[in-house]
Design a protein around this ligand. Structure first.
Ligand SMILES: [Zn+2]
Ligand SMILES: [Zn+2]
Length: 546
C-alpha cells in the first residue's frame, strides 16, 4: 500500500505512470504507454468500489455504534462498549445508536502511529517549552481529556487548470498545474488552520481501511457537502499557487480560479488527537507527533486605508526633496516651490495607482495565531518513537503556462513587472517631459549655459500632469496586457519570443495616406501645423533664450 494508492498505472506494463503537463496525459516511464485523464479517474473508481465491498464485510465482524452531536452535528463511529457521553468538539450531549454500514466511509486510512500516552507526552513537552504562554497553563489541565479520532479528509492528486486575472487588465492567463497529495479537511466543526498546522502526513503510511482500525479509536464521518468539499479543495490549490503567482505578477491584487475535475480525489481517514474546551483547541498529528495549538485570544491588526498611506508617503517624499535642496544651499523659497511642484507630480502618480491600493481600505481585523511544535516530526522505529531525520515537506508543482505561438501550443514563461521594463517606462516618460529640452540641446550643441527652461514652460505645464497619468495607467496596463513571452529551449534555457511583423506595400501606403490627410485636409491640418510650429518655437527659445 502506501502512497501507491494514488498512482495511475500503465495499461500495457502495469508500471506507475507520471503526468505530462504539456500533453495532459499520464505517460509510462518504462514502455511509453499513455493513460488519458478520464481513464485514470475510472481506475480509481474501480478501486473504490472493490474496497467498499471488502469494508462492508469487515463491518459485520464488529459491533459498532454511532453517536451524533445535538449541538455541532458531528457524527462519530466507535466500538460498542466505548464510554462516550459528551461531544469532543463542542461539549454538548451525544445521541447514540447502533451503527449500520453505509458507503460514506473513506476506503483508505493512515493508521495511528502514536499511542494516546505518547500524544499526551508530546502535548506536555509543548507546554513545557511554552510555559510562559497562557495557553500552556490551560492546556496542561486538559491533557487527560485528549482523544484520538480518525478525521475525514479528501486526498487530492492530479492535474488542475487555473486562471489568473489581475485588476489592471482584462487579459486572463491560464496555466496547467499538478497537485501533489493535498489533504482537504472534511469536517465543518474543526478549525481548518489548526488542522492545517499539524500537517503534513507521511503518505507512506497509507493503508486500505478495515474496521479493525476503529478498535479503541473513533471515526468521524464527513459532514460537508460535495459542493463544499470541492470549494475547499479548489481554494486550497489556489492558495498553494498564490505565493509563486504573486511574485510573477508583482502584486497581491490577483485572483486565481482553479478547476480540478481531472484530479484524482480519494476520501481518507487521518489520525488526529484532539482536545478542546473553552477557548483552547489543540491537535496532535497521530502519525508524526506534530502539535498545533490555537491561540486563546484573537490577535488584532490595523491596516491603514490606501489614501492615508499615500498621504504619508507623499509628505515624506516632498519633505525629503525639500530638505535635500535646502541643505545643498538652495534658496529656501525656490526649493519650497520645486518641492511643491514635485508634490503635485507625486500626487497625480498616486491617484493613478489607486487601482492597486483601493482594495485595501482601512480596517481593523483579527485572527487567531496557531502555535506548532515545529518542523521536526517523529517516526516509529521498532517500539520507540524517534525523531525523523528528514523534514516532511509539501511540494507545489511549478505552474506551466501554455500558449499558441505561430500555430503551435507550447509552454511559455511570462515576464510582467520587472525592473528592466519599469525602467523603460520611467525613461520614456522622462524623455517625453523633457522632449523640447533634449531637442534644444541638439540645436545649440549641448551648450547648457545658454539653455533657457522658460522656453518650454507651456510644454511642462501640459506634460507634467499628463505624462504620469498616461504612463501609470496605460504603461502599467501594458505590462500586464503584453508581457514579454519566453519560450523554453531544449537545453532548459529561455528565449524571448517576438512576433514577426510583416511589412507590406499596402501598410506603407495606408500609413502615408493618414499622414497626408493630417497635413493637408482642413480644419485638422490647421491644428497640426499650429502644433508643429509651437513645438519648433519652443525648442528654439529653449535652445537660445528669448
Ligand atoms: Zn508501461
Ligand atoms: Zn458537538
Amino acid at each position: 500500500m502506501g502512497k501507491e494508492i494514488l498512482n495511475i498505472h500503465c495499461p500495457q506494463c502495469g508500471a506507475p505512470a507520471n503526468f505530462d503537463i504539456v500533453h495532459q496525459v499520464y505517460e509510462c516511464g518504462y514502455c511509453g504507454g499513455t493513460v488519458k485523464v478520464e481513464a485514470a479517474l475510472e481506475e480509481k473508481k474501480d478501486y473504490r468500489n472493490a474496497q467498499q465491498k471488502k469494508m462492508k464485510k469487515s463491518a459485520e465482524a464488529f459491533s459498532l455504534e454511532s453517536a451524533s452531536c445535538s449541538g455541532c452535528g458531528a457524527t462519530i463511529v466507535f466500538e460498542e462498549n466505548e464510554a462516550l457521553s459528551k461531544c469532543a468538539f463542542c461539549g454538548r450531549s451525544l445521541v447514540r445508536k447502533e451503527y449500520l454500514y453505509d458507503a460514506g466511509l473513506p476506503e483508505s486510512v493512515i493508521p495511528f502511529r502514536l499511542t494516546k500516552a505518547e500524544a499526551q507526552q508530546r502535548l506536555e513537552e509543548w507546554c513545557d517549552r511554552n510555559s510562559r504562554k497562557k495557553e500552556a497553563k490551560h492546556l496542561r489541565s486538559m491533557i487527560p481529556e485528549l482523544k484520538g479520532f480518525y478525521l475525514p479528509y479528501e486526498m487530492v492528486r492530479g492535474p488542475v487548470h487555473c486562471r489568473v486575472s489581475c485588476k489592471r487588465t482584462a487579459e486572463v492567463y491560464g496555466f496547467e498545474g499538478f497537485v501533489n497529495d493535498e489533504f482537504v479537511n472534511g469536517s465543518k466543526q474543526l478549525d481548518n488552520l489548526l488542522l492545517d498546522a499539524m500537517e503534513p502526513f507521511d503518505l507512506d503510511g497509507l493503508e486500505a481501511f478495515d474496521f479493525a482500525y476503529v478498535a479503541g479509536q473513533r471515526v468521524k464521518i464527513t459532514d460537508i457537502s460535495e459542493a463544499e468539499a470541492e470549494r475547499r479543495m479548489t481554494e486550497e490549490v489556489s492558495e498553494n499557487y498564490r505565493p509563486q503567482l504573486e511574485k510573477m505578477w508583482g502584486t497581491k491584487a490577483i485572483k486565481i480560479n482553479t478547476e480540478a475535475k481531472s484530479a484524482v480525489r480519494l476520501p481518507v481517514l487521518l489520525p488526529v488527537y484532539y482536545v478542546s474546551g473553552g477557548d483552547i483547541h489543540a491537535a496532535v498529528n497521530g502519525q508524526t507527533g506534530k502539535v498545533s495549538v490555537r491561540a486563546e485570544k484573537k490577535t488584532y491588526y490595523v491596516t491603514l486605508p490606501w489614501w492615508l498611506k499615500a498621504m504619508v508617503t507623499l509628505l515624506l517624499a516632498v519633505g525629503a526633496t525639500f530638505s535635500a535642496m535646502a541643505l545643498s544651499g538652495m534658496d529656501l523659497w525656490e526649493s519650497l516651490g520645486i518641492a511643491g511642484m514635485l508634490g503635485i507630480f507625486y500626487l497625480i502618480v498616486y491617484l493613478c495607482m489607486l487601482g492597486d491600493f483601493a482594495n485595501n481600505s482601512g480596517e481593523i481585523g483579527s485572527y487567531r495565531k496557531i502555535f506548532t511544535s515545529g518542523e521536526r516530526t517523529f517516526r516509529r522505529d521498532g517500539g520507540k518513537l524517534v525523531l525523523r531525520e528528514e523534514i516532511l515537506e509539501r511540494k507545489v508543482a511549478r505552474p506551466v503556462f501554455l500558449r499558441k505561438l505561430d500555430g503551435k501550443v507550447q509552454p511559455v514563461v511570462y515576464l510582467f513587472r520587472s525592473p528592466k521594463r519599469m525602467m523603460g517606462i520611467a525613461l520614456l516618460s522622462f524623455a517625453v517631459i523633457f522632449l523640447p529640452v533634449i531637442v534644444a540641446l541638439f540645436l545649440n550643441g549641448f551648450d547648457f549655459a545658454r539653455l533657457s527652461l522658460g522656453g518650454s514652460a507651456v510644454w511642462f505645464c501640459i506634460m507634467v500632469p499628463v505624462v504620469p497619468i498616461y504612463f501609470v495607467v496605460f504603461g502599467m496596463a501594458r505590462l500586464y496586457d503584453a508581457p514579454w513571452i519566453y519560450t523554453l529551449t531544449e537545453d532548459g534555457g529561455k528565449k524571448r519570443y517576438r512576433k514577426k511583423i510583416e511589412i507590406t506595400w499596402k501598410k506603407v501606403v495606408d500609413g502615408l495616406a493618414v499622414v497626408l490627410v493630417l497635413l493637408i485636409k482642413p480644419p485638422l491640418c490647421l491644428a497640426v501645423w499650429f502644433g508643429i510650429a509651437s513645438f519648433c518655437t519652443m525648442c528654439y527659445l529653449t535652445a537660445f533664450g528669448f
